[in-house]
Ligand binder design. Structure first.
Ligand SMILES: *Cc1c(COP(=O)(O)O)cnc(C)c1O
Length: 369
């Protein structure tokens, strides 16, 4: 039995460093000037990652990533707007659900879970429906790990004079996006993904002009990003009780992000994790669901072994006992499981996870892979 805390190979919450967790050992007051400086510094550093200081505001929001997605749509899409939601997995479907619940008009375009949306598709859809005002895209669709071609899609949307809302939750900080080159109204991410903070807050990079025009759009007080930003700009404080420990942990995680070498280094470590994982699983005969060309180095979906002796629940428990937490599959048609490549882990941990999987399959007498 493995006794140390298991390594989370899941796309959030994920494994954090001891230093990041240690940063939560202080109780901050929300009126504390030093805490307000922490928030301001956080927003400044986050904006720098997308080169967005001149064009966008960073608006942090309490809650998990979905809260920030819902807030971005509710705040930036006017009540008479219409959203084209691009779907190739569960998170795209969630955006459509958000539009439905908020009462924003929307249409959907769905491709198979192993098919990226193309810029040509988006161009055709926008030309066919002039009523569309906004397009919502999932950058890396975490339900499989597929990467959608953001720069090409963003360009088509801008050329058609429409606005783009990007759910970059699982890619921000690891895959590059330059706000001066990729036009968008909002890019949404959260504390507990590639920045390796703890979960509890999201943040939205909102185009300054669009946010200024968004007063009164929101259907909700707590989810109003325009109000959240206006209050913070005026007072330096969060509008409602801030997730103080989460902010402090994210600030500490960002220091480590920069020490490591920023985005290029984070991307490289995750790419190495992903390569080690893919190569190791291939030696066991376990096939990945996506072709490598569209696989983001964030999370990998694997086909489950065909052998009737394989059951995910037992497999999960046995791998967990060896120190690694895997993730169930999220596909409806095929039996799969997922392994995350992100978090405070290296290729050495990934190889150890592969070795644990090999041992467990042997122990379970799973032969037909
Ligand atoms: C994690 C994630 C979210 C947010 O999910 P929460 O459970 O609310 O944190 C949204 N979109 C994508 C693509 C994600 O990976």
């Amino acid at each position: 039995m493995h006794t140390a805390a298991p390594i989370l190979l899941t796309p959030g919450p994920l494994t954090t460093s001891a230093r990041t967790r240690q940063a939560m050992m202080v109780d901050w007051g929300s009126w504390d000037e030093r805490f307000n400086q922490l928030t301001a510094s956080l927003c400044e550093q986050l904006l720098a990652i997308i080169n967005g200081a001149s064009s966008h505001h960073c608006v942090p929001l309490q809650g998990s990533g979905t809260f920030a997605v819902e807030a971005a749509i509710g705040t930036l899409v006017p009540r008479d707007g219409k959203v084209l939601v691009l779907i190739n997995g569960a998170y795209g479907k969630r955006v459509a659900k958000i539009c439905e619940v908020l009462g924003r008009r929307f249409s959907t375009f769905e491709t198979a879970e192993d098919q990226p949306t193309t810029a040509a598709d988006v161009e055709r859809l926008l030309k066919a429906d002039p009523g569309i005002t906004h397009v919502a895209l999932i950058h890396c669709e975490t339900s499989t790990g597929i990467l959608n071609p953001l720069p090409e899609i963003a360009e088509v949307i801008a050329r058609q004079g429409k606005r783009l809302i990007i759910d970059a939750m699982s890619s921000f900080g690891a895959l590059p996006v330059d706000a001066q080159k990729v036009p968008f109204d909002a890019l949404i991410a959260a504390s507990g993904k590639c920045l390796e903070g703890v979960p509890g807050m999201g943040f939205v990079f909102a185009r300054k002009a669009s946010l200024a025009q968004a007063a009164g759009n929101a259907h909700s007080l707590a989810m109003d990003l325009q109000d959240q930003h206006a209050y913070m700009a005026k007072t330096g404080q969060w509008r409602f009780t801030p997730p103080t420990h989460v902010v402090a942990a994210l600030h500490e995680a960002l220091l480590q992000y920069h020490e490591e070498g920023g985005l290029p280094a984070r991307h490289q470590r995750y790419a190495n994790n992903c390569q080690t994982l893919l190569a190791g699983m291939a030696t066991l005969g376990i096939r990945s669901f996506l072709p490598e060309a569209i696989q983001a180095p964030i999370i990998v979906t694997f086909h489950a072994p065909k052998d009737p002796r394989y059951q995910f629940k037992e497999f999960y428990e046995r791998v967990k006992a060896k120190g690694f937490i895997l993730y169930p599959g999220k596909l409806t048609q095929v039996e799969t499981f997922r392994v995350g490549c992100i978090g405070h882990v290296t290729h050495v941990d990934m190889q150890a996870a592969v070795d644990a999987v090999a041992q467990v399959l042997q122990d379970m007498e799973v032969l037909d892979i």
